[in-house]
Every structure is written in structure tokens, then in C-alpha cells.
Design a binder for this molecule. Structure first.
Ligand SMILES: Nc1ncnc2c1ncn2[C@@H]1O[C@H](COP(=O)(O)OP(=O)(O)O)[C@@H](O)[C@H]1O
Ligand SMILES: Cc1ncc(COP(=O)(O)OP(=O)(O)O)c(N)n1
Length: 265
């Protein structure tokens, strides 16, 4: 069995963050481990408070895992502060890194800042150059690049511009576009377009976290980049189509449906 690590924030309602990542790792039959960077008080209606973890404890969590266990892929999600980002980068650089998926989480669907505004440059400078793939959504890509992204052609340009910031590969996610759910992958030479019908289900809490951890799990299992994204896109579409109605707001995606109705890859 392959081993996946998520470095991210905890979501108390279990739909996004560490909890979504561990569910995706398990459903994809990998062993999941976690380095918690922050605790959020969150439910299906929004994020109400956050408490960041001491950067020294973040580093220690990473280092004791690498000292003991083989790690086959890593996913990074919510990393709020400059100190936490620098601690992660410094700790990871001590080890020979497996494939690293960086999801540059900035704002929750409900509009809460999960990345402090002043931390954006550190995220780009410290984590993009060591990433095998980054997975920004449209709003994150716009924020980093400083221009509007409204069409698939804009997404292609954005993916190319983000590639210049150091990651080996870029996936610009189009969940926030109108029409079909189109994601654009750029590997430094070629574009690959992944297109799925937009699913009319409101329970989309944690879509970005789920997609990035599914990509990490598929990479850990040895799939090449394009197949890892393709199968992860299938995974998130199924998880959205069977979204779970809990709480009064936007419910989580459904990992269990993927697990119990597994399609042969
Ligand atoms: N309603 C939907 N139907 C189908 N796929 C969707 C839907 N909403 C998002 N997706 C897909 O889910 C993944 C996460 O995208 P997105 O929602 O843009 O990320 P984030 O959660 O980071 O904002 C992408 O592959 C996107 O295309
Ligand atoms: C702890 C934590 N991390 C990340 C997110 C954002 O996750 P995402 O998959 O983008 O889901 P939504 O917030 O868009 O539903 C989060 N909410 N909490």
C-alpha cells in the first residue's frame, strides 16, 4: 500500500481540509497521514474561527514522519501564515521529496480568508518551486496573476504564466466558470483539457481539497500525470453527483460512493 501525507488545516465539519484529504486517500486505497497547520471552526454554513498551529509543531510533525515512514506523495492545502509556510518549506527541503501537490487555498466558498493576505508571496516563493503540480481555482489564479480569467483561453494563458513561477505542472480548475466543469492542465509544453458536465448539486463543500488529494493518491500509486488528473476528475465528479445533505448549508462531497462503487481504472 502507498502512503500519502496531507499538510493542511482541519475542517470541523469534515467536508474539506485534512478530513476530506484523509477520506480521499482511504477511498483510493492509500494510507493517509496528516500534518495539521490550523484548526478551523467550520460547518456547512461557513468558517467561523481559525487557530493556527505553532510553526515549530508543524515542522516537527513533518520531520518525525519523514524520519520514520516512506512517503509516496504529499498534498499541501491551507497554510495561513508566512511563518508556517517557511517552516514547511524548510522542513521539506531536508528530505528527498516525493511528488508534491500544492493546492494554494486562499478563501473558503463562504468567503473566509484561509490564507492571510500578506502570506501570498511566501506561498508562491517557497512552495511553488518545489511543487510537482499546483491546483489553483480561478479566483486563486486571478489573485496570484493579477488579471481576470473568464474563458478557457484565459485559463490556458494563466496556466502558462503560473508555470513560470516554478511548479513542474499547473492545473487551473474551472469549477467557478459558467457552463461545463473544465480544468486546464499545462505541463510546460502541452495543454490537456479535462471536461465534465456541470453537476447540479449544491453539496460541493471541499471540492478543491478532494481533487488535489485524489491527484496525490493517484500519483503515489504510480499513475502518470495525465491519468492521475483524469481519474481524480472522475473521482470528484462522482463525489459531487452524490453530495451529502447534512447541515443547513453546503454539504460535503461523497467519498463513500467512490469507495463502494469503485470503477476499474
Ligand atoms: N458543479 C460541478 N460539477 C462538476 N464538477 C465540478 C463542479 N464544481 C466544481 N467541479 C470540479 O471540482 C474540482 C474543484 O474545482 P473548484 O470548485 O474550482 O475548486 P475549489 O474548491 O478549490 O474552489 C474541479 O475539477 C472542478 O472542475
Ligand atoms: C481547513 C480548510 N481547508 C481548505 C478549505 C477550502 O476547501 P475547498 O476544497 O476549496 O472547499 P470550499 O471551502 O470551497 O468548500 C476549507 N474550507 N477548510
Amino acid at each position: 500500500m502507498k502512503h500519502c501525507l496531507t499538510i493542511a488545516g482541519s475542517d470541523s465539519c469534515g467536508g474539506a481540509g485534512i478530513q476530506a484529504d484523509l477520506k480521499a486517500f482511504s477511498a483510493l486505497e492509500t494510507y493517509g497521514m496528516s500534518v495539521i497547520t490550523a484548526i478551523t471552526a467550520q460547518n456547512t454554513q461557513g468558517v467561523f474561527a481559525t487557530q493556527n498551529i505553532d510553526p515549530e509543531i508543524v515542522s516537527k510533525q513533518i520531520e518525525v514522519l519523514f524520519d520514520d515512514i516512506k512517503i509516496d506523495a504529499i498534498k499541501i492545502g491551507m497554510v495561513s501564515t508566512i511563518d508556517i509556510i517557511e517552516a514547511i518549506s524548510k522542513s521539506l527541503k531536508k528530505f528527498s521529496l516525493p511528488k508534491l501537490v500544492v493546492d494554494p487555498v486562499m478563501i473558503s466558498k463562504s468567503g473566509f480568508d484561509l490564507l492571510k493576505k500578506e502570506s501570498k508571496d511566501a506561498l508562491v516563493k517557497e512552495l511553488f518551486p518545489i511543487a510537482y503540480i499546483i491546483t489553483p481555482n480561478l479566483l486563486e489564479a486571478q489573485d496570484i496573476l493579477g488579471y481576470e480569467i473568464k474563458t478557457v483561453e484565459d485559463m490556458k494563458k494563466a496556466a502558462k504564466d503560473l508555470h513560470k513561477l516554478g511548479p513542474e505542472n499547473v492545473l487551473v480548475k474551472g469549477g467557478h466558470l459558467e457552463g461545463d466543469a473544465i480544468d486546464v492542465l499545462y505541463d510546460g509544453e502541452n495543454y490537456h483539457i479535462f471536461e465534465e458536465k456541470r453537476i447540479d448539486c449544491i453539496h460541493t463543500h471541499g471540492t478543491g481539497c478532494t481533487l488535489s488529494s485524489a491527484i496525490a493518491a493517484h500519483l503515489a500509486k504510480g499513475f502518470d500525470l495525465v491519468d492521475a488528473v483524469k481519474y481524480s476528475k472522475d473521482y470528484i465528479s462522482t463525489a459531487i453527483a452524490h453530495g451529502i445533505s447534512i447541515g443547513k448549508g453546503v454539504g460535503p462531497t461523497n467519498h463513500f460512493y467512490n469507495l463502494y462503487n469503485k470503477k476499474e481504472e
